[in-house]
Design a protein around this ligand. Structure first.
Ligand SMILES: NC(=O)c1ccc[n+]([C@@H]2O[C@H](COP(=O)([O-])OP(=O)(O)OC[C@H]3O[C@@H](n4cnc5c(N)ncnc54)[C@H](O)[C@@H]3O)[C@@H](O)[C@H]2O)c1
Ligand SMILES: [Zn+2]
Ligand SMILES: [Zn+2]
Length: 342
């Protein structure tokens, strides 16, 4: 079977490997679609410190159950069922796991990052980490549920309510999807980026306000849009240090900030502002229990996720596509690999 493997940074290939055999507690999936994530590009560049090599990538996955072991199949899945993969493997017994915060398990293993992922024709995954894909859900869109759960998790961690303003740093996949969720929740999204094309795109998918931070005074603009209050929720989806710092200036008094972006360096923050405004700051890592809502948002059309699809490619085209995304990231939002899909 074919698989997309990074032998080391800057070395991607579609390799041939043995089809795996189903083991205890596992399901053997015929992978239909697999999304290419920004983190896969970071791993290709060797700038994602969490990734070890060699590594088969792929954590945005949808497929069909070809075989399933019954020893840990709480949802009663059967051969032939169509599923989406929850890709964050947790231990189940550490403190965060004991309070159902499995996404920040002390030994969290994300597919394609800490362990081999599923951008391959057949893939083994714990049977209890599968989510039912509705029969009417397009396979291409099914692979896009995972990035939506990341944005959704940030929105949930920030407790966004209808009528509020959500200022979102970053018009990449995660920031744009966060903006689409905010609009679906009846809030007003303000997306901030330095790339005008990305902001124009964000506008075209229904984001109410966009700010180009290379040209405009972000703080003044956010204050103007929010009638002087600032944004009740600020979501950081770039990982850029200046954006992280500025979240404190655009958030309202008594507001909330969530940090989803992964910075490469630490950021110095004036904690007196946190005290004075009484800001709640929360991290937001991967997602936990958010696949069902993501699937509902997609299938109901409340988040028209197809709009962020740049293109689909075959598994043979995946390596050259990854190389091109690395060179021209501005040309892409989401690319989905049709692994088993005709
Ligand atoms: N917490 C998690 O579990 C999790 C999951 C997925 C992604 N992430 C992180 O979230 C972030 C966003 O992911 P993505 O896939 O959307 O990435 P992306 O690269 O597609 O988008 C990032 C956007 O930030 C913009 N940007 C960069 N520097 C900026 C600056 N100084 N000012 C304004 N805008 C700036 C870029 O122009 C780009 O549009 C990344 O840091 C990624 O590592 C975190
Ligand atoms: Zn991802
Ligand atoms: Zn754990």
């Amino acid at each position: 079977m074919k698989a997309i493997k990074y032998e080391k940074p800057w070395d991607v290939a579609c390799i041939d490997m043995e089809k795996p055999a189903c083991g205890k507690g596992q399901a053997l999936l015929k992978i239909m679609t697999a999304g290419i994530c920004g983190s896969d590009i970071g791993a290709f560049r060797g700038t994602n410190g969490l990734v070890s090599y060699p590594r088969i990538i792929g954590h945005e996955l949808a497929g069909i159950i070809e075989e399933i072991d019954e020893s840990n199949n709480p949802k009663g899945f059967k051969v032939g069922d169509e599923v989406i993969v929850d890709p964050y493997l947790y231990c189940g017994h550490c403190y965060p796991c004991s309070i159902k915060r499995t996404n920040c398990c002390t030994s969290l293993k994300t597919l394609g990052v800490h362990v081999d992922g599923g951008m391959r024709e057949y893939f083994l995954h714990p049977a209890n980490m599968l989510v039912k894909k509705p029969a009417n859900m397009d396979w291409i869109l099914a692979a896009m549920a995972e990035p939506l759960t990341i944005s959704l998790h940030g929105v949930h961690r920030g407790n966004l309510k209808a009528g509020e303003y959500a200022a979102i740093y970053g018009a990449g996949t995660i920031g744009v999807l966060a903006g689409m969720v905010a609009e679906a929740y009846g809030a007003h999204a303000i997306v901030i980026d330095i790339v005008q094309e990305r902001l124009d795109f964000a506008k075209s998918v229904g984001i109410e306000h966009v700010i180009n931070s290379a040209k405009e005074d972000v703080v003044a603009k956010v204050m103007e849009i929010t009638n002087g209050d600032g944004a009740q929720l600020v979501m950081e989806c770039t990982g850029a240090n200046p954006c992280i710092r500025q979240t404190l200036d655009v958030v309202s008094n008594a507001g909330r900030i969530t940090f989803t972006g992964w910075p490469h360096k630490e950021t110095s923050l004036p904690t007196d502002v946190i005290t004075k405004k009484e800001i709640d700051i929360r991290g937001a890592r991967t997602s936990a229990g958010e696949f069902e809502e993501a699937i509902e948002l997609i299938t109901s059309g409340r988040v028209d996720i197809r709009k962020i699809l740049t293109k689909t490619v075959t598994i043979d085209e995946a390596p050259e596509t990854i190389i091109d995304i690395e060179k021209n990231p501005g040309n892409y939002l989401k690319v989905v690999v049709k692994v088993g899909l005709e």
